[in-house]
Design a protein around this ligand. Structure first.
Ligand code: HEM
Length: 261
């Protein structure tokens, strides 16, 4: 192999480029396909950092938890910025190839679902379908506590009054907002110097949650721009469905406690 080919061989770039196979001659489709691939890979990069953060939390290692979470948020900002290139396409350019998608929709992305599961959004419907016919990576994820579960377990080990049922539930069960957990965050934010590491952890978690919601909000705007009031290829009614999803917040008590601060 000549030196000129080592880059191609190392990252299997020839195979990577083989994956971009538009189904139409429409101008916008190649870019749509490229950005979809880029986003899938970035979802995986964020998941990997969240997993590292979770492992550091389980060792009570807050500095390294924060390093991993801050790296995740950098990638999340790139994910948000990716919508910019999608916006370079006009609605008529999208309509020109939309039919070739058939029923394909981002809602079927297992990398995105794994990310949501890792964060702690584990609604029973998604959990059931992951166990029934989902990808192995989703079942592996559901066997682990979510990042938020791991954070609450850490706080409990540090002596904060986290309710027992929050730290002793089965991992695939979704954490439900609890006023006693809100009290714990309030205690931490009322004296951040005393609870320096817990406060640092909270700020890093909130930034991850913020960037995730930012991505969802930008997606909704792109959808309104491309579809108006049309339904989605995945079977939903489109923007109204996504608007509802936009109301969801990861790490709920981290958002709600501040009303009382
Ligand atoms: C013109 C571009 C796009 C449009 C019009 C669009 C539209 C939609 C719609 C209407 C939904 C709701 C489900 C459905 O009925 O299909 C949806 C869900 C979703 N889309 Fe997109 N989408 C676009 C681009 C993308 C891209 C590039 C990605 C990244 C891979 C993506 C990821 C997702 C995900 C992950 C969901 C599920 C959200 C959830 O379950 O919370 N979308 N999209």
């Amino acid at each position: 192999m000549t030196r000129a080919h080592e880059y191609v061989a190392y990252a299997r770039m020839d195979e990577l480029h083989e994956l971009q196979q538009p189904r139409s001659d429409a101008r916008g489709e190649l870019n749509f396909l490229l950005i979809s691939h880029v986003k899938e890979l970035l979802f995986r990069a964020v998941s990997d950092d969240l997993d590292q953060a979770r492992q550091a939390l389980q060792r009570d290692d807050i500095p390294n938890t924060c390093v991993a979470l801050m790296r995740a948020t950098r990638t999340q900002r790139v994910l948000v910025a990716c919508w910019e290139t999608m916006n370079g396409m006009s609605a008529d350019e999208f309509v020109a190839f939309r039919d070739v998608l058939n029923n394909a929709s981002g809602v079927q992305s297992f990398a995105y679902r794994a990310l949501e599961f890792a964060m702690g959004n584990r609604p029973p419907g998604h959990v059931e379908s992951a166990f029934a016919d989902g990808y192995k990576s989703l079942r592996v994820e559901l066997a682990k506590p979510s990042l938020y579960d791991a954070a609450l377990a850490y706080l409990s080990r540090q002596g904060f009054a986290v309710p027992e049922h929050c730290v002793e539930k089965v991992p695939w069960q979704q954490h439900e907002p609890d006023p006693l957990v809100e009290d714990v965050w309030l205690e931490i934010y009322r004296d951040p110097r005393k609870h320096f590491e817990a406060h640092r952890l909270a700020e890093c978690l909130l930034e991850v949650a913020y960037q995730f919601s930012h991505w969802r909000a930008a997606h909704l705007l792109v959808v309104e721009r491309m579809l108006g009031g049309k339904g989605g290829t995945g079977g939903s009614d489109g923007a109204p469905w996504l608007r509802k999803i936009n109301e969801h917040r990861f790490f709920p008590e981290l958002w709600t406690f501040r009303t009382r601060l």
